[in-house]
Design a protein. Structure first.
Length: 129
């Protein structure tokens, strides 16, 4: 993944927003990942303004579908997410944000939103060539 801007430089957010394919509700999923361990921490949703704030402020901002308002991880909990890198997927409809996570990422207090409900799927085996 390439860094979207040099340290201290502002990304061309208008050009980035032109490449994004938001869904019918004007949102896109954003996968949040710890930058050094690659641990998947959570998934949130962003509209154009939340994405703009995330890319230009250095902190992750989401759009709350339930509260219909912007929220920035850590403003009330202290468990903040500091942006390290960001990338769009090949279709431009999903964002991956690598962060430095301070404290828990999940509202339940767990490090990751994927810690509590591990499933037991059948493990597939790749064919040997």
């Amino acid at each position: 993944m390439t860094q979207s801007s040099a340290a201290g430089a502002r990304p061309d957010t208008d050009a980035i927003l032109e490449r994004v394919r938001f869904n019918a509700d004007g949102l896109m999923p954003a996968i949040i990942q710890q930058h050094d361990t690659r641990e998947v921490l959570m998934l949130g949703y962003m509209d154009a303004e939340a994405l703009r704030r995330t890319l230009t402020e250095g902190r992750v901002t989401f759009w709350s579908r339930s509260r219909q308002e912007y929220w920035r991880k850590g403003d009330t909990s202290g468990h903040a997410q500091y942006v390290r890198q960001a990338a769009l997927d090949c279709d431009g409809d999903t964002l991956l944000v690598e962060v430095e996570q301070i404290g828990a990422a999940c509202h339940t207090g767990d490090r990751s939103c994927f810690d509590a409900d591990a499933l037991s799927p059948v493990v597939g085996e790749a064919p040997t060539l």
